[in-house]
Design a protein around this ligand. Structure first.
Ligand code: SF4
Length: 363
């Protein structure tokens, strides 16, 4: 029986192929750590130290904490850490971490909001009565605010602030809430608390028992889907840039192949040649289509003028005919026509494009 985790499930949702490589085939990679993960680890261990010291009745000063953060950064730094956003350097991320810690410290000092029960605590969640499906996770901090009222705290260092509605459906902390309810018999309620450090924001949420039961069912369904998957199809996305399997992934292996070649050989690569020619022909095809639509528009206009001038409703060719009818109709300019492109641009400029796309999807 496999014990799942939220990150394992998320890995499958992101890309089934990555999941297979990581959890089933257990492919070894020269794991290149991303700067985001590195920053997250250093900030987490600094906040862990803060609360661990408090357990020993030691309130660290902000300077002590920042010194600890910088020294852990230096001690663990490795030049192979990957910075995908090339316009930023390690010093930018170091400063970000300092800012996160400073804001957090100033916001919660003297840290008397409740009693810390556990730090970096492993929880095991049983998803069904038979105990066939289990899930484990690590909670950054568990706090008891009042007798029987527990809080699950999670520190986020992402530079994106999710909408509260998204967090109301977040799976990770809700699963931990189930684990807390299993572990502490005096639980009256569990609050989920996210600290979005980059925004100096705390967002809270709760789940009813019914919601937690529904969540268990959803997670079991996902586990069953994973266990019955036979293909584990690749799902390439922007997140591939952070995937440790990118160099061996078939979605990217040609890129790695040609990157290693000098420029003159690169252009001689048969794959590169095929793609360049393909792109050229597709561009031509688009231009020909545009020209054809433009010519058809002109012909239709000429036909209407001809029918009007001659007083006829149907115009005959050698084998075909066209009936000209006057109707009132609002219609989009034809696809690929210049008018269509102009209309689309106009809608985008006025911020109406997404609304229109949603309406079209609805109907
Ligand atoms: S590189 Fe992208 S497509 Fe390939 S395994 Fe990783 S996430 Fe999946």
């Amino acid at each position: 029986m496999s014990v799942y985790s939220h990150s394992r499930l998320s890995c499958y949702e992101q890309c089934p192929q990555k999941y297979k490589l990581k959890y089933l085939d257990k492919v070894e990679t020269e794991v290149e750590q991303s700067i985001e993960a590195f920053l997250g680890s250093r900030v987490h261990e600094t906040l862990e130290k803060l609360y661990r010291d408090l357990g020993y009745q030691k309130l660290s000063t902000l300077d002590e904490l920042l010194d600890f953060f910088r020294s852990e950064w230096k001690k663990n730094w490795d030049d192979s850490i990957v910075i995908v956003k090339e316009e930023y350097g390690p010093e930018n991320y170091l400063k970000m971490g300092e800012k996160f810690i400073t804001d957090y410290y100033n916001k919660y000092k003297p840290f008397d909001q409740g009693r810390t029960i556990a730090l970096e605590e492993r929880v095991l969640v049983t998803l069904d009565d038979a105990g066939e499906h289990k899930l484990q996770g690590f909670i950054d901090r568990v706090m008891e605010s009042e007798e029987g009222y527990y809080e699950v705290h999670d520190y986020k260092t992402n530079s994106r602030l999710p909408l509260p509605e998204y967090l109301d459906n977040d799976r990770q902390l809700a699963l931990y809430a189930i684990g807390i309810k299993e572990r502490y018999p005096d639980v009256k309620d569990v609050k989920l608390v996210w600290h979005f450090l980059a925004f100096d924001k705390e967002i809270d949420s709760t789940r009813t028992d019914e919601e937690l039961e529904a969540l268990k069912k959803d997670v079991i369904a996902l586990i069953e889907k994973i266990e019955s998957d036979e293909k584990f199809a690749a799902n390439p996305s922007l997140l591939c840039d952070w995937c440790e399997f990118k160099p061996i992934c078939r979605q990217w292996s040609h890129l790695y192949m040609i990157k290693e070649k000098p420029e003159n050989e690169y252009l001689g690569d048969p794959g590169v040649k095929l793609i360049n020619r393909y792109a050229e022909l597709k561009q031509k095809q688009k231009q020909i289509t545009l020209d054809l639509y433009a010519e058809i528009d002109k012909l239709e206009e000429a036909l209407i003028n001809f029918a009007e001038k001659e007083g006829v409703d149907v115009v005959f060719g050698s084998k075909n005919k066209v009936r000209i009818k006057e109707t009132e109709q609002n219609k989009f300019p034809a696809k690929h026509s210049n008018e269509r492109e102009r209309l689309e641009q106009l809608l985008k400029d006025h911020g109406k494009w997404m609304m229109l796309c949603s309406l079209i999807r609805l109907y």
